[in-house]
Design a protein around this ligand. Sequence first.
Ligand SMILES: Cc1cc2nc3c(=O)[nH]c(=O)nc-3n(C[C@H](O)[C@H](O)[C@H](O)COP(=O)(O)O)c2cc1C
Length: 248
Amino acid sequence: MKIVSIVSSYRKNGNTSNVLKLIENNITILAKRNNVSLEIERIMLGHGDVKVCRGCRLCFEIGEEKCPLKDDLLLIKDKLLGADGIILASPVYVEDINGIMKNWIDRMAFYCHRPTFAGKTALLITTSGIGSTNHSLNTMKRAIQAWGFYIAGECKFRTGALMNISAINELYSNKITRISNKLYESIARNKAINPKFYSLVSFKVQQKYWQKHKDDSIDYWYWAEKGWIQSKRKFYINNSASYFKGKR
Ligand SMILES: Cc1cc2nc3c(=O)[nH]c(=O)nc-3n(C[C@H](O)[C@H](O)[C@H](O)COP(=O)(O)O)c2cc1C
């Protein structure tokens, strides 16, 4: 099982990293208990090189490889493609995800047109000071659902300006155990082959669009070559596979 965690806090030992450490520890214990080999990789977005989207639209029009910004984006994309599941974790800045996470999501926007991650599972995490609405979780959720991910769970943590890891564990141990189980079970039982209602509707809306707009765009050909434009196709992946067939 391979899990990639993407963290957008710049603080290496900040609240978001500490919550993630606890989740990763829990998942490691679950994998050991079940004799499953596990690899977890952490990407600190703020410490890598992900430049700011210039809105040139080349990724939409001729492909993401043609993006004029030469940085770590395609490398991160490949890591996600090689993972069974991901954890997206952002601190709340002014009632939303922080700019580092938002910029990364913007740079990945071509996946809204050419969804690639169906069958893969995601867990969404935010940490905040005192207050927090669902707004930040929704920003991440809408984006990665459009990219095809199955959302196993989402969770908010109020951690103040800086809370040490044992205090976080003391306060949130039940919550952390619950969401770690959710992510682990979703991957182990391949729950992502049974997409949620929103994802099915999103697929159908785009399918209808491409049935009517047979232009020569790379998006059209992406959908056509995948066989997704045919009406009999119900989702990006074959979700009629039985639970037991899909079980790993
Ligand atoms: C620029 C900035 C803006 C913030 N905005 C909010 C906010 O709107 N609501 C809130 O509850 N906390 C806010 N916070 C607090 C952080 O969300 C909180 O401390 C978070 O856990 C920090 O995570 P980190 O330690 O991983 O960076 C803000 C912090 C900073 C630095």
